[in-house]
Design a protein around this ligand. Structure first.
Ligand code: AMP
Ligand code: GLY
Length: 424
């Protein structure tokens, strides 16, 4: 079958790499893609926001299945539009994508179906939001309701900061996303993520991971899209996984089903492992980036077959095989990221990194003749597999050090929590 993959990040390169191994695949297209994806798929000059262009392309090229990488087009209803046009889509409907697109929607679902999460309230204006602070202890968490590219969450350490955050949200700091505000209790614990493939009724565990959101070593500096990840996350013991599946994922699917909007696609649960057990911080309705780059290399089964089963509602008939190895990925970013950075700087010797056995997934890259150029903030994901996080970390950095890119940088401590645990 002909497949169109949408997106241009390291996540989509990892998906393309895995999809390209499927015997079910005839031809893979990707829009818009990047210089890494170009080696596996025909890249098309179409943006993921151009729904009508995507539909036209699918019809003209006999595409029977579209895999939607990022959340934007899902929240904007692209999966529904494709299905209305008789084209299969991997990813939830617009209604079901509210699990990521509206924090208030998810909190209400949690309240209705008894899913463990921080206490909260929703607000559409500042006066009552500020009055609610009287009932909350500090720190308190202020969230813009809608999609804010990971920036709409403020952990307020003082009442004054909380009031400022409320004013900023309603004043438009996060655009449309801030027209509604969720105020919630601060949860203490260690964060981890769990990924489940869902077919509307049942869920299949894909794995656990830990991301590194801050730009600097030791988790310092501003938040980013993610500077590195590893999978599985040792903090997610079998007990934590079982409790997350039974107390969070399963009731979410049941809740969505009972509302008449079954969830199909990836449920990415951001969790806080509190004293009481796993609690939901937030849902995303797609693979994580860079978490996907550590899930795909561990999957032995056919990804396309599993995705199709999720779309068709037949996941229970399938089983996924996973490597026992740990995967760890280090993100190389342009100096200045997550702030401003130079574009079109030269990268060399990526092949030398690959020769060590590492897999290099591209994000913001483009080719200019034979030259590889950095075109984005996050640019490469150097990924290694090994039998422990410590060994995978050593291998990944060994490969990173083969790459010559004067304008690039990376964190040097990806995996530190798990490495410390392994040291005992
Ligand atoms: P979110 O976009 O909702 O995942 O939030 C971004 C980050 O803010 C999370 O990864 C957490 O580190 C932090 N965070 C969000 N909500 C809470 C909470 N209720 N308690 C503690 N930390 C939180
Ligand atoms: N790595 C965080 C995310 O994909 O949202």
């Amino acid at each position: 079958m002909n497949i169109l993959l949408l997106g241009s990040g390291g996540r989509e390169h990892a998906l393309a790499w895995k999809l390209a191994q499927s015997p079910k695949l005839s031809k893979l297209y990707c829009a818009p893609g990047n210089a890494g994806i170009e080696q596996l798929a025909e890249c098309i000059d179409l943006q993921v926001t151009d729904h009508s262009g995507i539909l036209k392309f699918c019809k003209a090229n006999d595409i029977s299945y579209v895999i939607i990488g990022p959340e934007g087009p899902l929240v904007d209803g692209l999966a529904d539009e494709l299905e209305d046009a008789g084209i299969g889509a991997f990813g939830p409907s617009a209604y079901a994508s509210q699990l990521e697109g509206s924090k208030g929607f998810t909190k209400d679902l949690c309240a209705e179906f008894n899913i463990p999460t921080a206490a909260y309230k929703r607000f559409t204006e500042a006066t009552s939001a500020k009055a609610f602070l009287d009932e909350m202890s500090i720190p308190v968490v202020i969230k813009a309701d809608g999609l804010a590219a990971g920036k709409g969450v403020i952990i307020a350490e003082t009442r004054k900061q909380a009031e400022q955050a409320i004013d900023d949200c309603f004043a438009g700091s996060f655009g449309e996303a801030g027209h509604e505000v969720v105020i919630e209790a601060f949860l203490e614990g260690e964060e981890a993520s769990l990924f489940a493939l869902c077919d509307g009724q049942s869920a299949m565990l894909l794995g656990t991971a830990q991301d590194h959101k801050r730009v600097g070593d030791g988790d310092t500096g501003p938040n980013t899209g993610g500077m590195g990840a590893y999978s599985p996350a040792p903090v997610m013991t079998q007990e934590m996984i079982d409790r997350t599946m039974s107390d969070i994922i399963v009731p979410t699917l049941a809740g969505m089903h009972s509302r008449g909007h079954p969830f199909k696609g990836i449920l990415y649960a951001g969790l806080m492992l509190t004293e009481k057990g796993p609690e939901l911080i937030e849902y995303n309705v797609r693979f994580g980036d860079p978490e996907c780059q550590v899930l795909m290399p561990r999957l032995k089964s056919d990804l396309l077959e599993l995705m199709l089963a999720a779309s068709e509602g037949s996941l229970l008939e399938h089983d996924a095989q996973w490597s026992d190895d740990v995967a760890l990925t280090v993100v190389l970013a342009s100096k200045g990221y997550p702030g401003s950075y130079d574009k079109n700087t030269n990268i060399e010797n990526v092949e030398s990194a690959e020769e060590t056995g590492a897999i290099v997934f591209h994000a913001g890259t483009a080719k200019d003749d034979d030259k590889l150029l950095a075109t984005g903030g996050r640019v490469l994901n150097v990924t290694a597999l090994a039998s422990s996080v410590s060994e995978a970390q050593t291998s990944a950095y060994h490969a990173v050090d083969k790459i010559d890119w004067a304008n690039g940088f990376c964190r040097r401590d990806i995996g530190w929590r798990a490495v410390e645990r392994e040291k005992g």
